[in-house]
Design a protein around this ligand. Structure first.
Ligand SMILES: Cc1cc2nc3c(=O)[nH]c(=O)nc-3n(C[C@H](O)[C@H](O)[C@H](O)COP(=O)(O)OP(=O)(O)OC[C@H]3O[C@@H](n4cnc5c(N)ncnc54)[C@H](O)[C@@H]3O)c2cc1C
Length: 470
């Protein structure tokens, strides 16, 4: 995605901090850590050949601050404000295409969910900027069937719920993940953070700093050593090719693969990865939808004209407009069709053969996606829509849909659990990781709000379950 510097291993072999993972979360963490502690020596290690080539590169790149949990709302809202601020500060993030384009999200809601969404907005007391859209106005959407008769051809029994109204989220739209990645990567590098790509971390190492007892040959600690205050420390990481990098602290931001490094140490993250796929489509039906001028009032317009928003159907199917390519990206949050887990195991194999393209399960377009789209947009079942491409990555689900940030007393920090919305919260999460490293109880977000970091821990977790996962 971003050009990486040639592999150089002639640099140091000991650092204050090793960050495993150069995805959105690892990069934002590196950036904010070096901003607050320029005295630290930091290296980011990633198995891929450049930054942002894990799930971040597969992402839909959508941002929203409409969440049911207050924590997700303010973490995303502050990050979106920061991304907007970056555009104001850096001309290259405004053109040729903007880093952030707030064209809006439009939820098409059945009666059973309308009240829930409306009360979410009213309870936020103005913090969530969203407006109801009447059924009458929605009827102007070309080809939209608001009262579908059946899920798919052979199912004569069940009908999906009719649409009763819409909700338009204004502080919502698209961010370009590759440009965000480039910003964090280049800025962190400029500030002295080192990056090493093609470097697979196979395991975290404990070594007896003060000659404590260790299991041999695996160099794992004995259970009782956890009680020996200050004695048990992480000492670094071992790479798949046999090399080692020493470090006082290791921050694991390895996304879907984090558990492969942490479970062998007995560190539970409560998170689990699941594959997710996106499909790009084009054709006459797509073109007609892209020409729709919805009756809404977005933050960003095309010369004062509202554009096709990110559309969420009652079935959960998602349609993202790609105006430049006259395409749509279509997806569906999958929590049943694919098994939990990753296909790759860097902890065992010492390599990470992740491929976005190989994860693009093309057949799922017909079996999983079309039945969720065609009831409301029957044109998708015709030759007016052509499947162009498919790719995939992982959502790293936490049990409640909020990020997880934990620290072990021996120098390991884990951040993850993006639950499909990590890019839109990356900036806030990076600030929390930096503050956590510094031993602070609170972090200051870009919005100016103070956020108590242990709200996202597992021991003192204090968050409400997120109900809007897309
Ligand atoms: C199809 C899809 C659509 C999505 N849509 C959105 C969206 O619209 N908006 C949004 O906000 N989020 C979205 N997400 C989620 C978003 O992509 C994630 O929240 C985000 O990318 C998580 O960033 P990360 O840094 O934790 O993980 P990653 O980007 O996966 O980064 C982890 C990095 O760690 C590296 N790594 C892992 N293990 C090792 C190891 N042992 N040694 C060395 N390196 C290692 C990997 O190579 C990788 O680069 C989507 C995800 C998918 C898959």
């Amino acid at each position: 995605m971003v050009e990486s510097s040639p592999r150089s291993f002639a640099t140091k072999d000991a650092y204050d901090v090793v960050i495993v993972g150069a995805g959105a979360l690892g990069l934002a963490s590196a950036y904010h850590l070096v901003q607050s502690r320029s005295d630290l020596s930091i290296v980011v290690l990633d198995a891929r050949s450049g930054p942002g080539e894990g799930s971040t590169g597969a992402s839909n790149g959508m941002v929203r601050d409409v969440f049911s949990s207050w924590d997700n709302h303010i973490l995303a809202k502050s990050s979106i404000a920061f991304y907007r601020h970056l555009m104001e500060e850096h001309e290259e993030l405004r053109a040729p295409s903007p880093l952030l384009d707030l064209f809006g999200y439009l939820w098409l809601l059945p009666e059973s969910r309308r009240q829930e969404y409306e009360s979410l907005v009213s309870q936020s007391e103005g913090s969530i900027d969203a407006q109801p859209v009447s059924l009458e106005k929605l009827r102007s959407c070309p080809g939209l069937d608001v009262t579908p008769a059946r899920w798919y051809e052979d199912d004569g029994v069940h009908a999906p719920e009719p649409i009763s109204s819409g909700l338009f989220g204004r502080n919502c739209g698209a961010v370009a993940p590759e440009r965000l990645v480039r910003f964090y990567y280049e800025q962190a590098k400029r500030s002295g953070v080192e990056f090493r790509f093609d470097s697979v971390v196979q395991r975290l190492s404990f070594e007896g700093r003060e000659e404590i007892l260790l299991h041999e040959p695996s160099k794992l600690p004995f259970a009782f050593q956890k009680e020996m205050k200050g004695r048990l420390r992480i000492s670094g990481v071992k790479l798949g090719d046999g090399r080692s990098v020493r470090a006082d602290h290791v921050i694991v931001a390895a996304g879907a693969w984090a558990e492969k490094l942490l479970h062998p140490l007995g560190i539970a993250t409560a998170c689990s990865p699941r594959p997710q796929t996106l499909f790009s489509v084009s054709g006459r039906v797509v073109e007609e939808l892209l020409r729709w001028e919805p009756p809404v009032n977005p933050v960003d317009t095309d010369d004062g004209r509202a554009r096709f928003p990110f559309l969420i159907l009652p079935t959960g199917a998602l349609l993202k407009p790609i105006f430049r390519d006259r395409q749509m990206w279509v997806g569906y949050e999958d929590s049943v069709a694919h098994p939990i887990g990753t296909r790759e195991d860097p902890g065992k194999d010492g390599r990470l053969d992740f491929s976005m393209v190989a994860m693009g399960d093309r057949e799922a377009f017909a079996t999983d996606v079309l039945p969720a789209v065609t009831p409301y947009l029957p044109g998708f079942g015709t030759s007016g829509v052509r499947l162009e491409n498919s790719w995939g990555g992982y959502y790293h689900f936490s049990p409640d849909g909020l990020p997880v940030l934990i620290e072990e007393p021996y120098g390991v920090i884990f951040v993850g659990g993006d639950s499909g919305s990590g890019v839109m919260k990356a900036d806030s999460i990076g600030r929390l990781v930096a503050a956590k490293y510094e031993g602070k109880a609170e972090a200051r977000l870009f919005s100016g709000e103070s956020y108590r970091i242990d709200r996202l821990s597992l021991d003192h977790r204090a968050v409400q379950e997120e109900r809007i996962i897309l």
